[in-house]
Design a protein around this ligand. Structure first.
Ligand code: HAM
Length: 419
């Protein structure tokens, strides 16, 4: 029986992969302009890293991690997200001692054991960015400006930026208590899940899709009315800088993130094109995270984009595979060998050349040239070998021109650069 891929884990095939490469290329360009360097961390980390950063009581840690024991009985986990591994690497490699400000980005597969559906997979890919060492709210706005520019450059505009502030360890405990007291009085209306978790994670109730929970929390106290002076000032400045930079946004005081490390600014880029999986990108501040993982007290902020969701969206640039510059068709063994040598010379000169490897008829070779959408075709037979010249057919225009075989590489180079 044939072996299939694991449920929720997808191949990215030729024809689609060109779009992925384009999205990645744009990351390098845009994020590079903003001074970000790429960082690559392993796909597997010690389980403890995620428990301590994302939080023991989160859905990710409680239900969604791919955790296993290796042959030495170490508990390892396929990374469910990229922020914690980047913090681990920063601390381990002491990047903060080389530069007090680190701007890092990453791209790669993440793993969560979620129920697969459109836009939600068990292996998915994130493009992420993290800034360490800056508390100034200017960086919050600048990071969002970079995200905005990236989306503009890849052709997606059907997204809305929602921002919120979740307060800090100084003001959030009091807000949590206020919220718990509010929910306490409305327990009968909450779903079973929320009744179970409202004490440990009351903010999650604000995010619940169940109609009873939505109604019950419609008039719930807002986190934004409970910020301490420092958080209030920070959030006011973030909003001001977003306006200064002309980045459109809305406040969503009910936004709750599924990871525990967030403080102050949080945000999501949402769309109505993807059904319930409406967040294309999300992130926020995590000022205490590096310290809690044993590093220095560095403020941090970042985001991650879900690449599969980007690809699913209308307007995302669909990139075609590069077409061959030339197809060399051959009749007879001598010509086939000559075509093989010519192809190699062309390729060494950076020209995309193709031949037939199967000794097919001329008609079938030309069909293949058409199927590959080759820009030019050249037929080699005995006559061409004798005269050392051949006709170069322009497959788009239908026109022909004679060419000496020993000048083909030069001519193709000229045609390509003038195209
Ligand atoms: P997150 O909200 O868990 O945040 O994920 C960020 C994005 O990854 C989501 O908005 C979504 O586009 C995509 N995503 C998440 N889960 C899946 C899935 N199962 N299938 C497909 N796409 C998915 C984080 O991961 C944080 N580390 C973001 C961050 C970086 N915060 C600060 N820095």
């Amino acid at each position: 029986m044939a072996i299939n891929a694991i449920k929720g884990m997808n191949d990215i095939l030729p024809g689609d992969v060109e779009t992925w490469q384009f999205l990645e290329q744009k990351v390098r360009e845009v994020f590079g302009t903003y001074g970000f360097s790429e960082i690559r961390t392993p796909a597997v980390e010690k389980t403890e890293l995620f428990c301590r950063s994302i939080g023991e009581k989160t859905d990710i840690v409680e239900k969604e991690m791919y955790t296993f024991a290796d042959k030495s009985e170490n508990s390892l986990t396929l990374r469910p997200e990229g922020t914690a591994p980047v913090m681990r690497s920063l601390i381990q490699n002491r990047l903060h001692t080389l530069d007090p400000v680190n701007k890092l980005y990453y791209m790669g597969p993440m793993f969560r054991y979620e129920r697969p559906q459109k836009g939600r997979y068990r292996q998915f890919h994130q493009i992420g960015a993290e800034v360490l060492g800056v508390e100034n709210p200017m960086i919050d706005a600048q990071l969002l400006a970079m995200l905005h520019q990236y989306f503009c450059e890849i052709g997606i505009d059907a997204v809305q930026l929602q921002v919120n502030s979740l307060g800090c360890p100084e003001c959030r405990p009091a807000y949590r208590q206020t919220l718990i007291a509010y929910l306490d009085a409305r327990l009968e209306s909450l779903c079973a899940d929320c009744r179970r978790r409202y004490q440990t994670n009351p903010l999650r109730v604000l995010d619940c899709k169940a109609s009873g929970c939505k109604e019950a929390t419609a008039a719930a106290p807002s986190v934004l009315d409970h910020l301490c002076g420092g958080c209030e000032e920070h959030f006011t400045a973030v909003k001001k800088y977003l306006k200064v930079l002309d980045i459109p946004f809305e406040i969503n005081a009910r936004m709750v993130r599924g990871l525990d490390y967030y403080v102050r600014t949080t945000f999501e880029l949402v769309t109505d094109q993807l059904g319930s999986q409406n967040a294309v990108a999300a992130g926020g501040r995590y000022d205490g995270l590096v310290e809690s993982l044993g590093g220095p007290a560095l403020p941090g902020i970042g985001f991650a984009i879900g690449v599969e969701r980007l690809v699913l969206m209308k307007g995302a640039a669909k990139v075609q595979a590069a077409r061959p510059d030339i197809f060399l068709a051959a009749m007879g063994e001598g010509a086939a060998e000559q075509a093989f040598v010519l192809m190699s010379e062309l390729q060494r000169a950076g020209i995309r050349a193709e031949i037939d490897y199967q000794g097919k008829s001329l008609k079938s070779q030309m069909r293949r040239a058409n199927k590959l959408a080759a820009r030019y075709a050249l037929v080699l037979g005995e006559r061409e070998l004798e005269t050392g010249t051949a006709d170069l057919k322009d497959m788009d225009q239908g026109s022909q021109q004679g060419v000496a075989l020993d000048e083909l590489v030069g001519l193709m180079g000229q045609l390509r650069s003038s195209a």
